[in-house]
Design a protein around this ligand. Sequence first.
Ligand SMILES: NC(=O)c1ccc[n+]([C@@H]2O[C@H](COP(=O)([O-])OP(=O)(O)OC[C@H]3O[C@@H](n4cnc5c(N)ncnc54)[C@H](O)[C@@H]3O)[C@@H](O)[C@H]2O)c1
Length: 460
Amino acid sequence: MTGAPGMNIVVVGAGYVGLVCGACFAQWGNRVTCVDIDADRIRRLNAGDVPIHEPGLEPLIAANVRAGRLFFTDRCDDARATQAVVQAVVIAVDTPPGADGRPDRSAVLAAASGAVAVFGERTVVAVKSTVPVGTCGAVREAVAQALAKQGGAAPPAGTFAGTFDVVSNPEFLREGRAVDDFMHPHRVVIGADGDAGRDVMCELYRPLAAQGVAFVHTSSAGAELIKYGANAFLAARVGLVNEIADLCEALELDIGEVAAGIGLDPRIGAEFLRPGPGFGGSCFPKDTLGLLAAARGRDVALPILESVVRSNEARKQGLAERVRRALGGLSGKTVAVLGLAFKAGTDDVRCSPALDLVAGLLQGGAVVKAFDPAAMGHLRRLLHGVEYCTGALEAAAGADALVVHTDWREFAALDWRRVKSAMRGAVVYDFRNLCEAARMRELGFHYFPVGGAPLAPDKG
Ligand SMILES: NC(=O)c1ccc[n+]([C@@H]2O[C@H](COP(=O)([O-])OP(=O)(O)OC[C@H]3O[C@@H](n4cnc5c(N)ncnc54)[C@H](O)[C@@H]3O)[C@@H](O)[C@H]2O)c1
């Protein structure tokens, strides 16, 4: 790529975000060290084994390791060995929700304080993790204290004053298409409280500026809220289309047609108007709760967002009940579940609606056979009592009902005639509307789409 910045960067946290941004920064010509406290993860990465499923990531990592631009270590101070002067430390550690819904930002603070070991004379700490408003200020304090222990001094915000600056640089990539999203984002948000950090971030993202990508420059607090605000909007959109889909079912209308008609309004737009089993994953559930907790802390009511969270929770809790109604009971029935990840293209099962679906099916007395092209390993650790299968046909064998949970394209492309002969029953509940309804009916399935009328098998 042209306009390569050639900077020295440390990325702390080698998960979905850290690995993707680390590999992409390296691809732009920077020297990048990814640091993670999970020694096993680092051992696997150093052995050439990429621990997450993300299209295009494995070859990107391999190419940049081979080119001598990408390194992995479980000790931040090791980064010193490969990086002479570190210009940017990018924090991409997890921020899981605490008991009260507030994100636990202790890993962010620990990662930033630990990173002082690699500080050069002018190092920017860029917080990419999704964090509550004000976290950059807390990071500044934590880093200052860590420096003080080393006998260093903290500069005023927005200046290097010979040491460091802290900026917010929220990430908007989507799992399943993360590399493409990172390389071709809709915008880059840089939240800086002065010129020092902002200039370094502009230099780091120069390849994207050269592509004409929009840059949003704001304060660190503004950037922190942009990330939460964006996820609140997206979650609300999912919730609303799911509710309209429910109404379509009651009115025997087709959500596909209705959503297409709604989405043609440019104020609404056609994207993200597909109904499904409810939102899951590591971001929307956590970030909606995080924003609600932050608002509560400021005595601000967010009743719309509260309803979105409640509506989504109710939807996930009701998935097994939908299958029970379609089957006329669960006890003693065998149900095949296709897809466990919260969406296609990823092995991430964090807060996946599949967890609620499978738990509900098991609770109702069903035998559950499950298959996912990428997420089996993770789910095996989380859900017991499930018969895990090596393919969709194996899952379908002897099943009374089959549920399509995740929108993997290969499920749409299945040989549904073979699936039908493998099954004992004929019920298919398609939470993603992946299958062609008329074809399913023709093949003799009793087909339940989401947001549409069920189709009884074609008798002719
Ligand atoms: N996953 C997404 O799609 C996505 C998108 C945008 C933003 N985000 C945000 O980015 C952040 C990271 O998300 P993720 O999905 O990559 O998480 P993840 O759980 O996949 O990865 C986090 C990694 O950080 C490591 N870690 C934790 N504490 C550490 C420390 N002190 N030092 C070094 N490593 C440490 C963990 O071992 C783990 O490997 C979160 O705040 C998330 O909300 C995620």
